[in-house]
Design a protein around this ligand. Structure first.
Ligand SMILES: [Fe+2]
Ligand SMILES: [Fe+2]
Length: 396
C-alpha cells in the first residue's frame, strides 16, 4: 500500500483523480491538498511515499514544494503535473522532480505511471542504495535531444523526416547514429547517409532509443572509465544489445519487444557508469577486490558499496520511466534465477547475451565470468540460438 499526496489548486482535477484511482484503492491510498501550504501541513503529520504536485500554483508553486520535499523527505517519489503548453525539454530542468505528467491526464496513463512509480518508491526506501545515490553528485539526466524526439513521437502526426532533422542538428550525434545504422547491428541492405532516411529505415522508436544510449555513454568521463579499465564497456553493451535484439527477433516479430531488447541490452550495465563517475576510487578498489578474491564484481560491489550496479542501474532507469522489461533486465542480468515474477524473454535474452559476450571477449568484463543459466535459456527456446552462436564464434 502506497500513500500518495496530490496537490493542485484546481479542485476538479483532484476530484477526477479521486474517482480514477478508486479501483486501485487496495494499492494506493490517495490524499488531496489544494495548495502547497496545505501539502506541507499534511507532510508534517504523516509519512507519504509519493507526491504529485501541479507546476503552477499560487503562493507556493510545484517546483518550490518539490524542492522542499527533496530536502526534507528524500525517500519520497516526486512527480510534477504540467500543462501541455510547457515543453518537455523545459520540464527536464526541474531537477527536484523524478517524473512529470502532462495535463489533461488520461486515467489509464495516470494509473500506470503511479504503479511504476511505486516500484521506484521501493528502490528509494532501500537504505544502502539511498546512501550511494545521495553520494552521487548528479545522476545523468535524460538528454534534451531525446526529449525532443519523444515530443515529436507524441505529437498528432509524428514524422520520420522531422526526427531526422532533430538529430541532424547535432553533427556528432548524427554521425554516431549513422555509423550504428550502417553497421552489422542492423544489417541493412544498403548504405544510409542521411538521418531522415535512417529514421525511415529503422523506425522512429528505434532511433529514439539509439539517441538515448549514445548520449548516455557520452555523458561520462572517459578518463575515469580508463582508470577503471571500463573503456570497453560501450563495445560490450553494444554487442549485448545487438545479440539480445537478434535473440528476441528469433522468438517474436513484435516490433516493441525487439526494440525493448535492444534498449535493455544497451543499458543493462549503466549502474557501472554511475559508480565509475561518482565513486571512482572506491570503485577501483571494488574491481580489485573482485579480481583478487575471484568473486563476481556485483558481489564485491555489495561487500564494499552496499549495493550493486544492477540495483543502481535499475533505479536510474525506473527514474526515467523506461519500460519494465528494460528496468528488470538491468536488475536481474546476473541473477536471473532469483528474479521473481514477470520474467520475460527480454530479461532472459540480456542475461544470455551478457554471458555469451564474455565467452568471446573475456577482457571486456572484469571479475569472474558471468554464468549462463541453461535451464532458463532452454525454457525460453533459446538453446539452439546459443549453440549456433557458440559454433560461429568458437574460432575467436
Ligand atoms: Fe553487469
Ligand atoms: Fe554486462
Amino acid at each position: 500500500m502506497k500513500r500518495i499526496l496530490f496537490v493542485d489548486n484546481d479542485v476538479t482535477v483532484l476530484q477526477s483523480i479521486y474517482h480514477w484511482l478508486y479501483p486501485l484503492r487496495d494499492r494506493i491510498e490517495a490524499y488531496f491538498a489544494q495548495s502547497g501550504v496545505e501539502a506541507v501541513n499534511y507532510l508534517a503529520q504523516a509519512k507519504f511515499d509519493m507526491i504529485v504536485a501541479d507546476l503552477r500554483m499560487s503562493t507556493m508553486d510545484g517546483v518550490e514544494l518539490l524542492d522542499r520535499v527533496q530536502k526534507q523527505y528524500p525517500q519520497m517519489v516526486r512527480i510534477i503535473l504540467s500543462n501541455a503548453s510547457i515543453r518537455p525539454s523545459s520540464l527536464k530542468t526541474i531537477t527536484s522532480a523524478h517524473r512529470y505528467l502532462i495535463k489533461p491526464l488520461d486515467p489509464n496513463q495516470l494509473a500506470n505511471s503511479l504503479l511504476q512509480a511505486c516500484m521506484l518508491s521501493d528502490f528509494l526506501q532501500d537504505a544502502d542504495l539511498q546512501r550511494v545515490v545521495s553520494q552521487t553528485r548528479s545522476l545523468p539526466s535524460l538528454p534534451s535531444l531525446y526529449l525532443e524526439i519523444v515530443e515529436e513521437l507524441e505529437s498528432p502526426n509524428p514524422s520520420a523526416e522531422r526526427v531526422g532533422q532533430i538529430i541532424g542538428r547535432d553533427m556528432g550525434m548524427a554521425s554516431k547514429v549513422l555509423q550504428l545504422v550502417n553497421s552489422a547491428f542492423f544489417g541493412l541492405p544498403r548504405q544510409v547517409n542521411d538521418p531522415g532516411q535512417a529514421t525511415v529505415m529503422i523506425g522512429m522508436e528505434t532511433i529514439r532509443d539509439l539517441v538515448l544510449s549514445i548520449n548516455l555513454f557520452s555523458q561520462f568521463d572517459r578518463f575515469k572509465l580508463d582508470r577503471l579499465s571500463l573503456n570497453k564497456l560501450w563495445d560490450h553493451c553494444l554487442d549485448v544489445s545487438s545479440m539480445s535484439r537478434r535473440m528476441v527477433k528469433s522468438i517474436t516479430s513484435d516490433k516493441n519487444q525487439i526494440e525493448y531488447a535492444m534498449l535493455a541490452g544497451f543499458l543493462h550495465d549503466v549502474g557501472k557508469l554511475i559508480f565509475a563517475e561518482n565513486l571512482t576510487e572506491k570503485y577501483y578498489q571494488t574491481i580489485n577486490l573482485s579480481l583478487r578474491k575471484k568473486i563476481p564484481l556485483y558481489q564485491a560491489e555489495f561487500d564494499l558499496l552496499g549495493t550493486t550496479h544492477m540495483q543502481v542501474g535499475a533505479y536510474l532507469l525506473a527514474l526515467w520511466d523506461l519500460p519494465d522489461a528494460v528496468i528488470n533486465s538491468a536488475a536481474c542480468h546476473h541473477t536471473i534465477q532469483n528474479c521473481q515474477g514477470a520474467r520475460n524473454m527480454i530479461e532472459v535474452a540480456v542475461h544470455t547475451a551478457n554471458g555469451l559476450d564474455y565467452e568471446t571477449n573475456p577482457k571486456r568484463q572484469r571479475g569472474e565470468p558471468p554464468l549462463i543459466n541453461q535451464e532458463i535459456v532452454a525454457k525460453f527456446g533459446l538453446s539452439k540460438w546459443v549453440d549456433d552462436w557458440r559454433k560461429d564464434h568458437s574460432h575467436h
